[in-house]
Ligand binder design. Structure first.
Ligand SMILES: [Zn+2]
Length: 313
């Protein structure tokens, strides 16, 4: 009998001993919130299995104008780390931070990036109070792969600070991913080089490609400013149509986050062709053509090259 009792006790102890380390081994993932889909992808690439990422503005969503949901507030409250773009991209975020009561660390992915100032004359008085005397910062820094590498470094460091036990893993993931971005950067430059210099110009709906323009030497003109908040004026649209004709701009591009109407009107009235759809401020759904940052950039350069490389027959 004592033997049997000892055996049962030993068995129970054994189970407990097995259960505890097993529970600890299936570690809790670091809850991370990313403000929009591109940051969500970076966080997953670098965080890997150690993180659980919730993205607020999802695929094809417009982060310039977004209304947070109750589910967003819940995710914020549970987060240990919140990744944001910064440069006034997420004007709705401060209120969400406050209303959610989150204690999470906030990390700006654009830290250390030199912002482009825009010469927008769009009136943004009273919109978050970030108007500068001369233009304002362009938030779309991810459109240059060199900047994306800084995003990745910032996110790696933020994850390591929030979860020091995962530091080696975040560093290894980031190193591998940065090598992929190096390859991507080479592909972007090669694609642009294949477009005749005089045809490296196009129209997009909103001014989301300033960093792309600066990094890769191709001109994009947009009737709408760096935010989608302000509508393009009839005067802006008329000016662009004149510019397309005068400069023989070969193509206008649709964007996944904006209404196609404006660009279609410009194409109709200027005679430029409608190129493909560019992913400017958001990824596509996972199953779409731009489900990750790398696939997004590859898709965009392929559309740009297709529309601009060959002249009219
Ligand atoms: Zn934008």
């Amino acid at each position: 009998m004592p033997n049997r009792r000892a055996f049962v006790a030993g068995l129970a102890f054994g189970l407990a001993a097995v259960a505890t380390p097993f529970g600890a081994f299936a570690q809790e993932k670091l809850p991370v919130v990313a403000s929009f889909s591109i940051l969500g992808d970076f966080a997953r690439q670098i965080g890997g299995d150690r993180v659980s990422v919730t993205t607020l503005v999802g695929p094809d969503g417009d982060a310039h104008v977004y209304s947070p949901t109750p589910a967003d507030a819940k995710a914020m409250a549970a987060a240990k780390l919140v990744l944001v773009n910064g440069l006034h991209f997420e004007g709705w975020l401060p209120r969400l931070v406050k209303s959610s009561g989150t204690k999470a660390t906030m990390a700006e992915a654009t830290k250390g990036i030199t912002p482009l100032e825009t010469d927008d004359d769009h009136d943004d008085k009273g919109k978050g109070g970030h108007a500068h005397a001369h233009g304002h910062d362009d938030p779309h820094a991810w459109q240059s792969v060199a900047n994306a590498k800084l995003y990745v470094a910032n996110i790696r460091d933020a994850l390591s600070a929030a979860d020091p036990a995962g530091k080696a893993s975040y560093e290894a993931n980031a190193t591998a991913y940065l090598a992929e971005l190096d390859t991507l950067e080479g592909e972007v430059k090669a694609a642009i080089a294949r477009i005749p210099a005089e045809r490296r110009k196009a129209i997009t709906t909103h001014d989301a490609f300033g960093y792309f323009v600066k990094a890769y030497g191709i001109a994009f003109v947009a009737p709408q400013g760096v935010s989608t908040e302000a509508e393009a004026s009839a005067r802006d649209v008329a000016r662009i149509i004149r510019q397309v004709k005068a400069q023989k701009i070969p193509a206008v591009f649709l964007e996944n986050v904006t209404n196609p109407r404006l660009v279609e009107q410009i194409a109709r009235e200027s005679g430029a062709k409608v190129g493909g759809r560019l992913y400017s401020d958001a990824l596509s759904a996972e199953s779409g053509p731009a489900g990750t940052y790398i696939r997004m950039m590859k898709h965009n350069i392929s559309e740009i090259e297709k529309a601009l490389a060959a002249g009219p027959a």
